[in-house]
Ligand binder design. Structure first.
Ligand code: ZN
Length: 188
């Protein structure tokens, strides 16, 4: 099982390298993606992970199926509140972002609670844009663009920060320690 490195590890404080697009389909890169998925699935409430968190200084992050389910659930509730017929639940799987670039951030920002799989067990509030759009390569080497609001936008910003060597605690306020037994929160 790939180990998730913790906050003092130098790999979390370095700018991660781009993946040459021609290398995406190589066993080496596919193995990194596979290891990231395994490490993330093993964390009961993890919602996303960046490659440096398993000690690999490359610009890749993975968003879990769980995060997409939360996003889907909120969208369905919003639709119901608006009186729209409830949409059929879509089949969801995790999303891989290689060489991600944030192409759009909403001006509107909000202080949101945040935690990190590499900063146990600290939590704090971070100022994040409410909406974000990312362009990246997927695990098949295809370019795609994905927008998100709320939790998804927060994940995009948290994960690209990881790829730039930044941890949320460097910009958080009201940092507190919450022991794992008192916890039911999403971490990334
Ligand atoms: Zn994190």
């Amino acid at each position: 099982m790939p180990k998730i490195v913790q906050k003092d590890d130098p790999v979390l404080h370095r700018h991660a390298r781009e993946v040459p697009p021609a290398d995406i389909l190589t066993p080496k890169i596919q193995r990194v993606i596979d290891d990231m998925r395994k490490a993330l699935v093993a964390e009961e409430d993890g919602v996303a992970i960046a490659a440096p968190q398993i000690g690999v200084p490359l610009r890749i992050f993975v968003v879990s199926k769980r995060a997409l389910e939360i996003e889907d659930e909120i969208a369905r509730e919003d639709a119901e509140d608006a009186g729209a017929p409830s949409a059929k639940r879509s089949a969801l799987h995790d999303l891989v972002f290689i060489n991600p670039e944030i192409t759009k951030l909403s001006k509107k920002q909000k202080w949101v609670p945040e935690g990190c799989l590499s900063v146990r067990w600290l939590y704090g509030k971070v100022l994040r844009a409410e909406k974000a759009t990312v362009r990246a390569y997927d695990e098949h080497g295809k370019i795609f663009t994905r927008g998100g609001s709320g939790l998804m936008a927060q994940i995009f910003q948290h994960e690209t920060d990881h790829l730039d060597g930044a941890l949320f605690i460097e910009k958080a306020r009201n940092i507190e320690e919450i022991p794992p037994e008192h916890l039911k929160k999403a971490r990334a």
